[in-house]
Ligand binder design. Structure first.
Ligand SMILES: [Fe+2]
Ligand SMILES: [Fe+2]
Length: 193
């Protein structure tokens, strides 16, 4: 496992994590990984999902069940990584629910690829400002706004501050994430596998 040397930089990998969004190639690699993930089979062990559901509140479970099978698989995978790393129950839930804000956009794989490419090219803030417009542009704007939307949804259902913080911060530089850097790095690593 590479060693973090300073905020947002891991030795011999250059800028990584939510920070990769600012480094075009890293962001593009992440997009390719996510696309390959969305195209593979999405069966996961019931016991892995049960371990996650055991740590969620009833309202979090209801939100989780609204996710597509691809996103539920991603959630269970991230949670399993964080369980294995020994993170707290709340951080395991944070790992699983960080992307729930994507629900509003309701985009499928091709729409998500388009939204991610536009975000890489034009910057998240600019694309997020399209939210509220009609049609595909508005949905792409909503997709780019998913960190803030997800944080608001999770705060509204009473999720813990850690869960809300990771939803809000998972595309931000490490020093803007409202969590211990050592914890944020584990959450980010879970998201990259
Ligand atoms: Fe995200
Ligand atoms: Fe993710």
């Amino acid at each position: 496992m590479p060693t973090p040397t300073r905020v947002g930089v891991v030795a011999d990998q250059g800028p990584v994590g939510p920070w990769a969004e600012r480094a075009g190639l890293g962001g593009f690699r992440h997009l390719v990984r996510r696309l390959r993930w969305s195209l593979r089979s999405h069966e996961f062990a019931p016991e892995s999902e049960a371990a996650l559901l055991d740590r969620m509140s009833a309202t979090e479970i209801a939100l989780y069940r609204r996710l597509s099978v691809v996103d539920r698989h991603h959630a269970v995978h991230n949670a399993a990584h964080c369980l294995e790393a020994g993170l707290t129950d709340q951080l395991v839930v944070a790992a699983a629910l960080h992307d729930v804000g994507k629900l509003e956009a309701g985009l499928g794989t091709s729409g998500r690829v388009l939204a991610s490419l536009l975000t890489l090219a034009a910057g998240r803030e600019r694309v997020a400002s399209w939210r509220g417009r009609s049609g595909m542009l508005g949905r792409v704007g909503s997709y780019a706004s998913h960190p803030e939307l997800g944080a608001a949804m999770l705060a509204e259902i009473g999720s813990s501050p850690e869960v809300v913080a990771w939803a809000r911060g998972h595309h931000r530089p490490l020093d803007e994430v409202d969590l211990e850097p050592s914890v944020a790095i584990v959450l980010w690593q879970a998201d990259q596998d």
